[in-house]
Structure formats: structure tokens, C-alpha cells
Design a protein around this ligand. Structure first.
Ligand SMILES: Nc1nc2c(ncn2[C@@H]2O[C@H](COP(=O)(O)OP(=O)(O)OP(=O)(O)O)[C@@H](O)[C@H]2O)c(=O)[nH]1
Ligand SMILES: [Mg+2]
Length: 335
């Protein structure tokens, strides 16, 4: 088999659907690299619904990977049903996303160690993600990866995002249910609030519940929720001890309850549609921004700039002229 055929996205996707994790990993790498390879993968995944996605976000070291490791076991037992029993989940994907790092170096190693128990389970796909070339960065690469996971037949995904910045909030926005992980200790809940995590939380997790200060953390969160919650879903607060697994079954139960809430109220379709609208706007913004950079390096721009400098052209007319001339080319050429 030639290299060309082996790296053909269609062939890789067929292999991934048959359970080949290496093939799936290569498709995700193509998404990370960006450019025409990423476009080809995105096209393949069109029309498939993404996995039900749980986002875990919170400050570095809060215990997200430790909880994820325990959650994998719960997810593999299936979705808890209202009455009794479990709805089976055949496979799960975990994406560890680190927006602050351009390479997925140290994070993977640590996560691999923490999720080692599942490393040999063929129905658990674990991958760190960073972006190298993807236009628009992780905020665009993550939704692409999620659609790919859906196309590969994975019904459930967990995305772990490290950190508490704007980028993390945006990446967390790709999840259907977002759990914000805090730890007991002075001000952690306040930090989460400041970082804008309060608005995106569907569930709060107080991890490291074996440490002092759990009561205070819960109190702080409840107080903030009293001030802000206006919708029909009040985020529950779950206490976990990631290192022993205590509370993680309760957490999974709350994820199931939130999913049921979204589905029965019709909210799931609404939030997914809103997400696609944000994504489309981001793609357009990223392409326009790239086009502007190209334009600024060209002769027409230099000529118009000279006109502006010499006072023969006002900057708005210059912009109009440049845009009118460049627009069709920008649409045709940007990857
Ligand atoms: N005492 C205690 N330690 C915990 C608990 N959960 C996790 N830890 C420890 O906290 C440290 C960080 O845990 P991780 O799971 O790597 O945290 P993380 O949020 O994934 O960290 P980053 O990915 O670096 O942001 C590790 O040393 C864990 O063993 C817990 O419930 N109690
Ligand atoms: Mg981690």
C-alpha cells in the first residue's frame, strides 16, 4: 500500500470506525496541522453528529485528569437511567486540550500516567491536543476534532481544558455539559467567577474534598449562584476526591441529569445551533484576518498607503478600494 493511500483521510476514517485508534490519532494530527489536510478531514466529518461532550475545566492542578480517569470507568458502565439500569456506552474519547501551550508535550505524559488504567482499553481513546497551524487555533480545531470523533462512531467525549483564560472559556463552549472544577481553599471559587467560568458552568465540582475548606467553597459557590442563576437549570455542586474516586459516580449522575434536561427541554438543539453559529463566525473572522495580513504585504496596499501618507487619499477610501479589489481573491485563496 502506498503512503498516499495510507494517509488518505477516507481510508483512515474507515479504519477508525473499525476501531483503529492509530488511524483516529492521525486524523486528529491532520486537524492540528491545519491547512488543506484539516479541510479534507473536516469535509469527511460533515453531517455526522458529534459525541455527547462533557467539558472539564478549571485551574491547573485542580484534579481534572484524575477525575477524568475515574469518570472513564463510570462512562464505560453506561448512562444512568431514571428508573434503574444503565444505557450502554460503547466507547469514549478523551481530549486533553492545553490552550496555553503550542505543543502537547508535558501535558500528555502526565495525563497518560494518570489515565494509565485505561491505556490498553480499545474502547477508550485518549489524546492530547494542541495547535500548530490550524487557522483560528484550538477554538476551531476542537469542534473539528469532535465532529471527527462523531464520524468515527464515538458516542461520548470528555474534553479537559487547562487554565482559566478567555481561550479556555471558548474551548469549554464546545461541550454540551461543562463542569468547572475548583478546589477547597480561599478564593478558588472567586477566581473561577472572575475568569468567567461561573457563566459557563452547568455543574460545579469541588475536588480534593479530602482537604479542609470544602464547606466554605460550597458556601461561596452557592452565594454566587444565588446572585446569578436565572435559567431553569441551577448548577449542582458535587464534591469529589479524585484520588480515591469518591463522588465521581455522583458527578456522572449529574452529567446524565443535565443531558436529560437539555434533551427534554429542546435546549440541546438550541445550544448546538448557537455553537455552530459562533463557530462559523470564528472561521470567517480568522480567514478575513489572514486575508488582511496577505493584503498588507502586497503592492496595492503599499501604493494605497503611499497615497494616504501623501494626503491624496483618505484612509477609508483606500480601504474600500483595496477590499473591493482583493475580496474575490481572498475568498478563493484562503485555506
Ligand atoms: N489530596 C488530593 N489530591 C488530589 C485529588 N485529586 C487529584 N489530586 C492530585 O492533584 C494533583 C493534580 O492532579 P491532576 O489530575 O493532574 O490535575 P489537573 O487539573 O489535570 O492538572 P493540569 O492538567 O495540570 O491542569 C495530582 O498530584 C493528583 O494526584 C484529590 O481529590 N485529593
Ligand atoms: Mg490534567
Amino acid at each position: 500500500m502506498s503512503v498516499g493511500v495510507r494517509s488518505d483521510p477516507e481510508v483512515l476514517l474507515a479504519a477508525a470506525r473499525a476501531g483503529d485508534q492509530g488511524a483516529l490519532a492521525r486524523l486528529i494530527s491532520a486537524i492540528e496541522r491545519g491547512g488543506s489536510g484539516a479541510r479534507a478531514v473536516a469535509r469527511l466529518a460533515t453531517g455526522t453528529s458529534p459525541p455527547y461532550t462533557l467539558g472539564l475545566t478549571g485551574a491547573p492542578g485542580a484534579g481534572k485528569s484524575t477525575i477524568t480517569n475515574e469518570l472513564i470507568t463510570e462512562v464505560r458502565r453506561g448512562w444512568p437511567r431514571d428508573g434503574a439500569g444503565r444505557e450502554p456506552v460503547d466507547a469514549i474519547a478523551v481530549l486533553a486540550v492545553d490552550p496555553s501551550s503550542p505543543f502537547s508535550g508535558g501535558a500528555i505524559l502526565g495525563d497518560r500516567v494518570r489515565m494509565q488504567a485505561h491505556a490498553t482499553d480499545p474502547s477508550v481513546f485518549i489524546r492530547s491536543m494542541a495547535t500548530r497551524g490550524h487557522l483560528g487555533g484550538l477554538t476551531l480545531a476542537v469542534p473539528d476534532a469532535l465532529r471527527l470523533l462523531g464520524a468515527a462512531g464515538l458516542p461520548v467525549a470528555i474534553i479537559e481544558t487547562v487554565g482559566v483564560g478567555q481561550m479556555e472559556v471558548e474551548v469549554a463552549g464546545s461541550a454540551d455539559t461543562t463542569a468547572v472544577v475548583v478546589t477547597p481553599g480561599w478564593g478558588d471559587a472567586m477566581q473561577a467567577n472572575k475568569a468567567g467560568l461561573l457563566e459557563i458552568a452547568d455543574i460545579f465540582v469541588i475536588n480534593k474534598a479530602d482537604r479542609p475548606g470544602v464547606h466554605q467553597a460550597r458556601h461561596d459557590l452557592e452565594q454566587m449562584l444565588d446572585l446569578t442563576v436565572a435559567s431553569d437549570w441551577r448548577p449542582p455542586i458535587v464534591e469529589t476526591t479524585g484520588s480515591t474516586g469518591e463522588g465521581v459516580e455522583v458527578l456522572w449522575g449529574e452529567v446524565a441529569r443535565h443531558r436529560a434536561h437539555l434533551e427534554s427541554s429542546g435546549r440541546l438543539e438550541v445550544v448546538r445551533a448557537e455553537r455552530l453559529s459562533r463557530e462559523l463566525r470564528r472561521i470567517i473572522s480568522a480567514r478575513v484576518a489572514a486575508g488582511v495580513e496577505d493584503l498588507a504585504g502586497g503592492e496595492d496596499f503599499a501604493a494605497a498607503l503611499l497615497g494616504v501618507q501623501q494626503g491624496t487619499l483618505d484612509p477609508y477610501d483606500a480601504a474600500d478600494r483595496l477590499l473591493t479589489a482583493a475580496w474575490p481573491q481572498m475568498v478563493a485563496e484562503t485555506p
